[in-house]
Structure formats: structure tokens, C-alpha cells
Design a protein around this ligand. Structure first.
Ligand code: G3P
Ligand code: MG
Length: 219
């Protein structure tokens, strides 16, 4: 199963609505984007700083939403809001919101609650993070929200965290995937999704191992 990593980020600026539209046009079943807190809200962007993907400067966390929304995130695209991503994807593909950096969970809760109460099926929504404490925060308030524990390697602590928050997915790095990792994730009651897989050879090897999903820039 393909998950468009930061949207179809090999063909359009990453983490933009254009990249998501392209992923949808390609028939990609899931899209992953990164969500961070700025000075007064949440935005969809990967890095802590603006330089690599926008024409802005400095730390995302220091900037007000209005200033971030005025920036060019590539090809004239704006930095999206998480709600815009959900609106664009609803009924078209699943959405994995990755919580990046501190303080995202409490700000994201109202949007996720509204999504689950509205048109979103819990089958099509996933909140994930390398920061497992933020997943625990989400779980406390939203018992139906599917969660993903992100980790480089599928370790004992990662599996324990997945069980503790009743995660549906463990996401791990391509270089550490083997049969034992697949078995451990499945043993923890999770699907295993692997990042970042951009070659057909890797995708075939992972499928043979029983991996359930691949994050790819080339959906
Ligand atoms: O969620 C999988 C993947 O997106 C994690 O790494 O750095 O690309 O956000 P990164
Ligand atoms: Mg990500």
C-alpha cells in the first residue's frame, strides 16, 4: 500500500496542496504530511526552519500564521493548514498527519475530534509521531483515533509504546527492515509502514517480507 510521502513530493513541492492533488490524481490510497506548531497555530511543513522549502527565514515556531501563509512554499503554493489537507482529501484518500516538534497534539485535537465526528472514517485517518508522549495525549482524549508510532528501528520500547497507545501502525526506516521487524510490529498488533521507499526493488523486497505500507516520494 502506497502512502504519498509529503504528498507526491517528487513531482510537486513537498507538503503542499499541489503535491496532495497530484497524489490523488495518481490514485494514491494515502497521503502523509508533517504538522508543526507556529507562534499562533498549526501549519503543514517538515523542517523546523523555513529556508529549505519556502522563501522565508528563521524558525517556524517563532512566526505567526499570517506571516507563514504569505510565503511561497514552491511554484506559488502556500504553506497549507492541516484543515485544508483534510478538506482536500476527504472521500478521496486517507490522511496521515505526522506530529513534528513539541506542542502539536493539544492544538490538533479539536480538528481531529471534528473530523471523526464528521465525514471521516477512522479507517482513513492516522496521527503519527516520533514523540510517543504526544500520541498518548491524543489517545487519552480520542479513543477511536488511529495512531502510528514512528521509530527508526522496531525495538522493544517502540512495540511497548505501540501497545500502550493502542497504535494501528508502526512506521520505521527502510534500512532496518527485516523479517524480525515485520514480525515484531505484527506481534504488537500493528501494520508496519516503512519510510522512505523510492525504488521498485525496495518496494518488492518489502512486500515479500510482509510489510503493509510504504511511504514514497514517487507514489
Ligand atoms: O512518517 C514517515 C516519515 O514521514 C518520517 O520521516 O522526516 O520524512 O517526516 P520524515
Ligand atoms: Mg513525515
Amino acid at each position: 500500500m502506497r502512502i504519498a510521502h509529503r504528498g507526491a513530493s517528487s513531482e510537486a513541492p513537498e507538503n503542499t496542496l499541489a503535491a496532495i492533488r497530484r497524489a490523488i490524481d495518481l490514485g494514491t490510497p494515502w497521503v502523509e504530511v508533517d504538522v508543526q506548531a507556529c507562534a499562533d497555530g498549526l501549519v503543514v511543513i517538515h523542517d523546523e526552519t523555513l529556508e529549505r522549502t519556502t522563501n522565508g527565514h528563521g524558525a517556524v515556531a517563532d512566526q505567526p500564521l499570517a506571516a507563514l501563509r504569505a510565503l511561497d512554499a514552491g511554484h506559488g503554493e502556500r504553506i497549507p493548514l492541516p484543515g485544508e489537507v483534510l478538506d482536500l482529501c476527504c472521500g478521496r484518500c486517507g490522511v496521515n498527519l505526522e506530529l513534528k516538534g513539541p506542542g502539536v497534539a493539544p492544538l490538533l485535537l479539536p480538528l481531529l475530534r471534528e473530523a471523526l465526528a464528521g465525514g471521516w472514517s477512522s479507517r482513513d485517518l492516522l496521527a503519527s509521531s516520533f514523540d510517543w508522549t504526544q500520541l498518548a495525549t491524543l489517545r487519552t482524549t480520542l479513543p477511536r483515533l488511529p495512531l502510528g508510532v514512528l521509530t527508526e528501528q522496531v525495538t522493544g520500547p517502540a512495540c511497548a509504546a505501540a501497545r500502550a497507545v493502542q497504535a494501528s501502525v508502526i512506521g520505521c526506516a527502510l534500512e532496518y527492515v527485516d523479517a524480525a521487524a515485520v514480525g515484531a510490529a505484527h506481534g504488537a498488533g500493528c501494520r508496519l509502514w516503512v519510510f522512505t521507499v523510492n525504488s521498485a526493488d525496495d518496494a518488492a523486497r518489502l512486500a515479500a517480507l510482509g510489510v503493509d505500507g510504504v511511504f514514497t516520494d514517487r507514489p
